[in-house]
Design a protein around this ligand. Structure first.
Ligand SMILES: Nc1ncnc2c1ncn2[C@@H]1O[C@H](COP(=O)(O)OP(=O)(O)OP(=O)(O)O)[C@@H](O)[C@H]1O
Ligand SMILES: O=c1[nH]c(=O)c2[nH+]cn([C@@H]3O[C@H](COP(=O)(O)O)[C@@H](O)[C@H]3O)c2[nH]1
Ligand SMILES: NC(=O)CC[C@H](N)C(=O)O
Ligand SMILES: [Mg+2]
Length: 524
């Protein structure tokens, strides 16, 4: 199903057609940062659907193909005849030229990849915030280029490599750029996008966290009607926490949150979730202590994928049992975010399974519950902003991601109560020191891993033969790639000596200095 069929039309709203650029999400981010709601749709969204969506402006993304290529993704020419202000970026510009009678050719010079300087010739439309003769630093990434403008177009600016790198047919509000205004390497790119949104398309910046919260509450109320009961799997992570607070505002007592303590959470985590959501937010919270059951299920299981499968299965079992106890629940809330929605409509090929990630996805079909996904239009930072608009505390909104299978994938080999005790204690020390050093929020994740190795040490003149802890701290923007964090030596030294001194059973601490790829963030 297309995303188009799932999200709703609004007044001040932009559609981005995706031709496969690696920067498409970035375009969306820039538009939203400017206070305008936008959605990404596939390049071949049917024209009738596009009319129904009724965007106030269109942006055509870049893409790896060449417009005359056999399998080139092309939207229909009618898209350019909707009378909607349209900005084509890179491939998007080339496609405009293709449809409107311009000419695109492979550059003999081998293309332009990297920085370039655009000289502004005509400071109008998307260039209206500049002056004639200004030189703009921009980022290029293309092998094809426009060699003849379509009828009625004029040039707004040039570079030496692409004499036609900013063009317009102003009477139809059609604009094209060969360079990428959405990337940070085009420092004034945001002004160009904002000129397009506000000056050319006449939009207003109405997409604010508060307006989103208001609309989302209304939408949840409408979906659940006047009396339906609703359940939500609460992990204490950012997404489910924000979804919970939002749904509580919408539904009050009709919402029940189900929190599964699988015994694989960080030290103090279960207590903190109960304190925060039952105590502070006064929610109906069903906290199930299923730790014994998970440990029993994990007994003797060593293989990482097997562990993940056992945990996933038990999770669903426990959740289903609890859900049944909430009499008459008709809806399940999930914290699906916009990147998940985009992922499910993108045209990428199948990829290899590295780890089977799990969450409660998959429950609805089996449970006959309707789905409520109040965050499905949002990027992560917008979820946080929505949480802030609802007055949620920073320590919930800015927490590091924590995997569903929890400490089980950080306790290599078989998971036992004794190993969990050691891991939790070591991890709590690392966490305290990272926070005390003021580094918690700047790191994507920081945690301990208990290795399945014992080594010899000497403590108080006695020989020890104990466990080893690895410290893992990474920087990342999305978890897809990561680099190990260069933590200060003094901090590492303090953590190491505290863990060895304070955690019985550990006599060695090592540092993980691998990036992803080729490693992964978690060890299993
Ligand atoms: N221990 C748990 N108890 C109940 N539900 C859970 C638990 N762990 C995960 N879930 C459910 O699985 C979903 C997916 O988990 P995931 O970790 O991706 O998101 P999150 O925890 O809400 O947010 P974040 O991505 O910030 O960790 C959660 O939104 C929640 O509904
Ligand atoms: O919700 C989750 N369920 C899972 O099963 C899971 N496994 C890994 N992760 C998190 O995903 C990111 C990338 O992890 P890896 O580099 O280890 O694959 C990192 O942020 C990991 O913590 C999970 N999250
Ligand atoms: N970044 C792009 O959109 C590239 C467009 C086209 N494939 C080119 O090389 O010119
Ligand atoms: Mg989580």
């Amino acid at each position: 199903m297309l995303a188009a069929a799932m999200l709703s039309p609004r007044r001040d709203f932009v559609v981005i057609l995706d031709f496969g650029s690696q920067y498409t999400q970035l375009i969306a981010r820039r538009v939203r940062e400017s206070g305008v709601y936008c959605e990404i749709h596939r390049f071949d969204v049917p024209i009738a659907e596009l009319r129904r969506l009724a965007p106030r402006a269109l942006i055509l993304s870049g893409g790896p193909a060449s417009v005359y290529g056999d399998n080139a993704p092309r939207c229909s020419r009618e898209v350019l005849e909707l009378g909607v202000p349209t900005l084509g970026i890179c491939y998007g510009l080339q496609l405009m030229a293709y449809h409107l009678g311009g000419k695109v050719e492979r550059a003999h010079t081998g293309g332009e990849y990297g920085p370039a300087a655009v000289r502004v010739e005509r400071p109008t439309g998307i260039f209206s915030r500049f002056a004639e003769g200004d030189s703009l630093d921009v980022w290029m990434s293309h092998g094809d280029r426009l060699t003849a403008m379509p009828e009625g177009f004029v040039s707004l600016g040039t570079t030496t490599g692409s004499p036609l790198c900013a063009v317009a047919r102003e009477r139809d509000k059609l604009y094209g750029l060969q360079f990428h205004p959405e990337v940070v390497h085009t420092p004034r790119g945001k002004e160009i996008l904002q000129s397009f949104l506000f000056d050319v398309a006449g939009l207003s910046p109405t997409w604010t966290p508060a307006s989103f919260v208001e609309e989302a509450i209304a939408a949840v109320r409408e979906k659940a009607g006047p009396s339906d009961r609703v359940i939500l799997g609460l992990s204490g992570g950012v997404d489910s926490s924000v979804a919970a607070v939002l749904c509580q505002r919408a539904l009050g007592d009709r919402l029940t949150c189900i929190f599964v303590d699988n015994g694989l959470l960080r030290e103090g985590e279960a207590e903190s979730v109960e304190r925060t959501f039952r105590g502070h937010f006064h929610m109906n919270l069903d906290a199930v202590d299923a730790s014994a059951r998970f440990l029993e299920g994990l007994r003797g299981v060593v293989d990482p994928e097997q562990k993940r499968k056992v945990i996933g299965r038990l999770f669903i079992e426990v959740f289903e049992e609890e859900a049944k106890r909430v009499q008459g629940a008709k809806w399940l809330v999930q914290g699906t975010l916009y990147p998940d929605v985009i992922e499910s409509v993108s045209f990428k090929g199948p990829s290899a399974v590295i780890k089977s990630h799990h969450n409660v996805g998959g429950l609805p079909e089996r449970m006959n519950l309707g789905l409520i996904e109040p965050l499905r239009e949002l990027f992560k930072d917008e979820v946080r902003a929505a949480g802030e608009a609802m007055g949620m505390p920073r320590d919930i909104l800015y927490r590091q991601p924590f995997p569903g299978p929890g400490l089980a994938v950080r306790c290599l080999g078989e998971v036992t109560p004794e190993k969990l005790r050691v891991l939790k204690a070591a991890d709590a020390i690392f966490d305290q020191e990272i926070r005390a050093a003021g580094l918690y929020e700047s790191l994507w994740q920081s945690f301990c891993v208990l290795l399945p190795v014992r080594s010899v040490g000497v403590m108080g003149d006695e020989r020890t033969y104990d466990e080893a802890i690895a410290l893992r701290a990474v920087h990342s923007t999305d978890g897809m790639t990561a680099d190990w964090a260069r933590l200060p030596y003094d901090l590492i030294a303090r953590v190491s000596s505290r863990i060895i001194n304070e955690v019985r059973g550990v006599n060695r601490v090592v540092l993980d200095v691998s990036s992803k790829p080729p490693s992964t963030i978690e060890w299993e």
